[in-house]
Design a protein around this ligand. Structure first.
Ligand code: SAH
Length: 354
């Protein structure tokens, strides 16, 4: 267990306070912030414009979270790179780097595992081990940037974990990642995906951020959704959509609904009509994702004809829908699959004891 404090999770003001307590000037905070957030250094020794004394005094009290590459898979079909990173305690998380015309986008994890229990998802198979700190979420970006010698321009919080179940750290991450003295990715280039923790969507709404909210809906009604997603037993479809309407009203931001197309489960014409009626008139977009078959379950993706028919029905209600381009399908790019496979081969996972 690491008893030192994670220095990457402090914002600039807090770093300044911390250094002034040690009798050090403000500009030192700016230097340290730059090493941590722009360069993404892994040790205080790399901060070459600080004195040796300062570096070792920081080293005594703080640690810099970083991600070590355990596995790296590069898609042969596209430029997608999937990383399995290990953290200071041996736990592992996955990130996926995608190359688009507009630049690089990274899908990062917010928790080690997930406790939400969605039936189709590999991340949740062994439950949630722990939350990631803001610094650990940032470190996934740093590790990928430094490995590939690139700058990442877009972030999606769609990796392992439920971001709204790690609310404080994720909010801190959003503040730090968009800091113009740091990684400097603007809120408009950030998406956060949730399975639908309604009270936290409300809290997020109050923050009035310009990020894109994605909601993993996956079914138009409670009977299907509760079968697939246990969270629906707590907050049903109507309650969730009500929170979404309120979110759109408060932020004027379009919501993106994720809908994994699963053959024979949620892809019928009846489902499409049901969904169309419920989303009609909302500032929303539906992302249809042919479900990725996970070894541990028996869901199969809908065929092209079902997907096209589904889109056509939604259109009748004025609801926009597109099929998500599947990147990295040859490298288990759907989150949770690589960690799950690696854990079965040789368990890296350690329980956090305190
Ligand atoms: N917990 C958050 C974010 C992580 S999952 C959430 O639920 O939104 C990111 C997205 O991938 C979610 O929409 C999730 O439902 C979807 N997903 C998970 N497993 C999948 C699979 N096997 N096939 C297709 N999409 C999947």
């Amino acid at each position: 267990m690491n008893h030192k404090t994670d220095i990457k999770s402090f914002n600039k003001t807090e770093l300044e306070e911390l250094l002034s307590q040690r009798g050090l000037p403000k500009y030192r905070a700016a230097q340290i912030f730059q090493w941590l957030h722009v360069q993404g250094v892994r040790s205080f020794d790399e901060m070459t414009n600080l004195s040796k004394e300062l570096r070792s005094s920081l080293q005594a009290d703080f640690y810099i979270p970083f991600c070590t590459i355990e596995r790296k898979l590069v898609s042969q079909k596209d430029d997608t790179v999937k990383y399995l990173f290990s953290l200071y305690d041996g736990n592992t998380v996955e990130s996926v780097l995608m190359h688009y015309k507009y630049g690089y986008s990274i899908c990062v994890s917010s928790q080690v595992g997930c406790k939400m229990g969605c039936k189709f998802c590999a991340s949740t198979i062994n439950g949630c081990v722990r939350n990631l700190s803001a610094g650990e979420i940032l470190s996934q970006i740093h590790a990928a940037q430094n490995d590939m010698h690139i700058r990442i321009s877009h972030v999606v919080l769609m990796g392992m974990g439920e971001p709204l179940d790690n609310f404080e750290n994720v909010m801190r991450f959003l503040e730090l990642v968009s800091d113009n003295a740091g990684i400097n990715i603007s809120a408009r280039n950030i998406s956060l995906s949730t399975c639908g923790i309604v009270p936290k969507i409300k809290e997020l709404e109050n923050k009035k951020l310009q990020i894109t909210l994605s909601v993993s809906l996956h079914a138009p009604n409670d009977s299907i959704r509760s079968e697939m997603m246990p969270v629906n037993n707590k907050w049903g479809v109507e309650e969730l959509l009500c929170a979404c309407r309120s979110y759109v009203k408060a932020t004027s931001r379009r919501i993106s609904f994720e809908y994994a197309m699963i053959s024979g489960v949620n892809d019928s014409a009846t489902c499409a009509h049901d969904l169309g009626k419920k989303l009609q008139g909302m500032l929303a977009h539906v992302n249809l994702i042919p479900v990725n078959t996970v070894k541990e379950n028996s869901f199969h993706k809908s065929d092209k004809a079902h997907i096209e028919a589904f889109i056509d029905i939604l259109k009748k209600y004025g609801v926009n829908a597109t099929v998500r381009r599947t990147l990295g399908s040859d490298i288990n790019a759907s989150c949770g699959q690589l960690r799950s496979a690696a854990m079965q081969e040789h368990p890296l996972q350690k329980e956090v004891s305190d």
